[in-house]
Design a protein around this ligand. Structure first.
Ligand code: FMN
Length: 357
């Protein structure tokens, strides 16, 4: 198969990108394993403070010479989510109080802020000089894009609609990610509420490929070789896989989550604001049921994620996944591999020897 423009620009042996995972689920080991196998490894750094990004960059450099993307969220707070007045805190605490009590947890102290700021993080990314700076939930300022160009860092922005892809194109972003609603994790819309445009990977990739002359990557529901071949046929120059890499032992998720990904429960995924306050896809469990029942009282991102972080850690420590965020895309029932080496070998097998499932 000829080398695509995405492969040429990034320097990839294979048209495969490991999607970044925020929330502590990326690891250096995972990104390095993918980069060393000829794909693009990615690390989701949106919850790291700048000094954490500095340390991460050093660890990545030590682990691989291959291409790696660092990933941030441009919009880092939803309205009302940057700090909570004590009245606002008192108003939302009753939503969580019974569950905290169930796990024997105290009422947590309100924080000065609940998430790092993109404006503070981005300098650390520029300093790290990754091959690719990938981002979701918006477009960086022109000065940041210029700083990337000067440092020879490629920019990769996510679109959930044709209009978002046009906005990325107009801003001069190097590579566009078409992220269909089948994808695991958050729906990173930035022009309209995500519920307004739940476009699938197939029509989104075709729409963008037919209108915009930029290297394109497809994501959402792709979990095997057949999916990658389909993405290339649609006009993408690479596929970005999230769930398939999340399921590997090298990712930062927990074994309870991995076991559910490989079970029949993964045949159903839903879009929910339960995990963080922003719309995301995952496998139904108790936390979704409890939070959806209180949907009109949930605090905005990132405060919702902060409260649930306490419950998730306590639940997993107690040996249950009731409050774990079971992120998954619609490709989960296709999962077959638990190690990156096995997954990459299967995804990159020569066409002649590859046996379609
Ligand atoms: C647990 C999880 C966390 C994710 N976090 C991020 C993130 O921080 N930044 C980002 O750009 N994409 C993130 N994504 C999206 C993935 O990088 C990828 O685009 C998506 O998973 C592809 O769809 P698939 O899961 O159907 O393969 C996340 C996905 C998952 C499953």
């Amino acid at each position: 198969m000829p080398i695509t423009e995405v492969q040429q620009r990034i320097g990839l042996s294979h048209p495969i990108i490991q999607g970044p995972f925020g929330g502590g689920l990326s690891t250096v080991e995972l990104a390095a394993a993918v980069a060393n196998a000829g794909g693009l490894g990615s690390f989701g750094a949106h919850i790291l403070e700048p000094d954490g990004i500095d340390a991460l960059a050093a660890d990545l450099r030590a682990a691989t010479d291959g291409p790696v993307a660092l990933n941030l969220w441009i919009s880092d707070h939803d309205p009302g989510g940057d700090s909570l007045s004590s009245d606002a805190y008192d108003a939302v605490w009753p939503v969580f109080q019974p569950f905290f009590a169930e796990y024997g947890l105290e009422r947590p102290e309100p924080q000065r802020r609940y998430h790092p700021r993109f404006v503070d993080q981005v300098d650390a990314v520029l300093e790290a000089r990754p091959r690719v700076f990938s981002f979701v939930f918006g477009i960086p300022d022109r000065s940041i894009l210029e700083a990337c160009r000067v440092r020879d860092i490629l920019t990769l922005g996510a679109a959930t609609t044709l209009a978002e892809a046009e906005a990325l194109d107009a801003a001069g972003i190097d590579l566009i990610l078409a992220t269909g609603f089948e994808a695991g994790g958050h729906r990173p819309a930035f022009l309209e509420p995500p519920e307004n445009n739940l476009v699938g990977t197939l029509p989104l990739t075709r729409q963008i490929a037919s209108r915009i002359k930029r290297p394109l990557i497809a994501a959402g529901g792709i979990a095997d070789r057949g999916g990658i071949d389909a993405a290339l046929t649609l006009g993408a120059g690479a596929a970005q896989l999230g769930t398939a890499f999340l399921a590997c032992a090298e990712s930062g998720t927990n074994n309870a989550h991995r076991d559910v990904l490989f079970s029949d429960r993964a045949r159903q995924t839903v879009l929910t604001r339960a995990y963080t306050g922003r719309l995301a896809r995952g496998i139904p469990n108790r936390v979704i049921a409890e939070m959806e029942a209180r949907a009109d009282r949930l605090p905005p991102f990132p405060v919702q994620a902060w409260f649930l972080g306490h419950l998730k850690r306590a639940a997993l420590a107690a040996g249950d996944e009731d409050f774990a965020s079971l992120y998954a895309g619609q490709g989960a029932p296709l999962l077959q591999h638990r190690r990156v080496g096995d997954l990459m070998a299967d995804l990159t097998a020569p066409a002649a020897t590859h046996v379609a499932a």
